[in-house]
Design a binder for this molecule. Structure first.
Ligand code: NAD
Ligand code: MG
Length: 291
């Protein structure tokens, strides 16, 4: 038993800025993805999972947990993130599971189709899809968001999710699960994340609608809506420096979450134990937030 308010790093945080997309390796303090703590109990034995953005942050925490629960895991990430990705590949292998590394930019529809083809081929099938990759850049005003930035955010967060899911569905047998990462910003959009927040709201809507379609195939679809988590997204342009220094302080918990603290939700939603759970949104926001 431990008091959750006393776990992990507390604000204030050191000023830090990395070029996008950022590496977990270079954050101070280093995020906790469950490397030294997550213990599996065979809840996903024999399952085959693809996680986008599986190199760092919330996606890495899900990848570690899935592997330790007995799943083979493919991760997608950007080529610049190879050092983070290799660390995850190593952790999946240490768990005794197959690791598949599939770098590439999901803003490209052709790549999204190849990503699914390669994941299916190398895993020998696909029954868990986690759409988790995202673009988040802080802009004070709508006037500062160029069409190029707007397009970048929507391509990454919405188009890619649509393309990847569309390619994946024909391969997914009954019992499969799709989990999309939304955000607390769906319900309370911050002043500086206009384009990002609208995509995160779209992800909730997409998840609920798709759940109604895919249950006919025996496939469940849910979304996770995290609050503030200590990940590269936040130090690579995702926050103002002021927000970063006090990151998570405005939650009742008084600190940000660490990726390890949200991985159990991704396990639960993928597991057959949650067989009646579909079309739902699960939050982890340190006491704020809705779904
Ligand atoms: P992260 O930076 O560790 O993960 C995001 C990943 O997205 C990157 O690792 C990168 O691999 C991937 N990505 C971005 N653009 C890509 C592209 N064009 N092609 C391929 N991959 C691309 O940060 P995170 O916070 O763990 O983010 C994971 C998810 O959690 C995102 O959907 C994010 O919106 C969501 N989220 C995060 C927070 C938070 O506070 N950290 C809060 C709410 C929601
Ligand atoms: Mg990353």
């Amino acid at each position: 038993m431990r008091d959750p308010t006393q776990l992990y790093a507390q604000p204030p945080f050191k000023e830090q800025k990395q070029p996008w997309p950022g590496l977990a390796r270079d954050m101070e303090p280093r995020p906790d993805h469950g490397e030294d703590s997550y213990q599996g109990s065979n809840r996903l034995a024999g399952r085959k999972a693809l996680i986008t953005g599986g190199d760092s942050g919330i996606g890495r925490a899900a990848a570690i947990a899935y592997a330790r629960e007995g799943a083979d895991v493919a991760i997608n990430y950007l080529p610049d993130e190879e050092p983070d990705a290799q660390a995850v590949v190593e952790l999946i292998r240490q768990a005794g599971r197959k690791a598949v590394a599939l770098p590439g930019d999901i803003r490209d529809e052709g790549f999204c189709r190849r990503l699914i083809d390669q994941a299916v081929e190398q895993l020998g099938g696909l029954d868990i899809l986690v759409n988790n990759a995202a673009r988040q850049q802080s802009h004070a005003s709508i006037l500062d968001i160029s069409n190029e930035q707007f397009d970048w955010t929507l391509k990454t967060n919405l188009y890619a999710m649509f393309w990847i899911t569309k390619a994946a569905v024909p391969h997914m047998p009954p019992g499969s699960a799709i989990i999309n990462t939304s955000s607390v910003t769906t319900y309370d959009p911050p002043v500086n994340l206009l384009d990002y927040s609208m995509t995160k709201a779209g992800i909730v809507n997409f998840s609920k609608g798709l759940a109604k379609q895919l249950i006919e195939k025996g496939v469940r679809v849910n979304a996770v809506a995290p609050g503030p988590f200590w990940t590269p997204l936040q130090v690579a342009g995702g926050q103002t420096m002021e927000n970063l220094k006090t990151f998570g302080k405005d939650t009742p918990m008084g600190r940000p979450g660490q990726p390890a603290e949200i991985a159990p939700l991704y396990v639960q939603l993928a597991s057959t134990e949650a067989s009646y759970v579909t079309g739902q949104v699960f939050g982890a926001s340190g006491g704020n937030g809705q779904p």
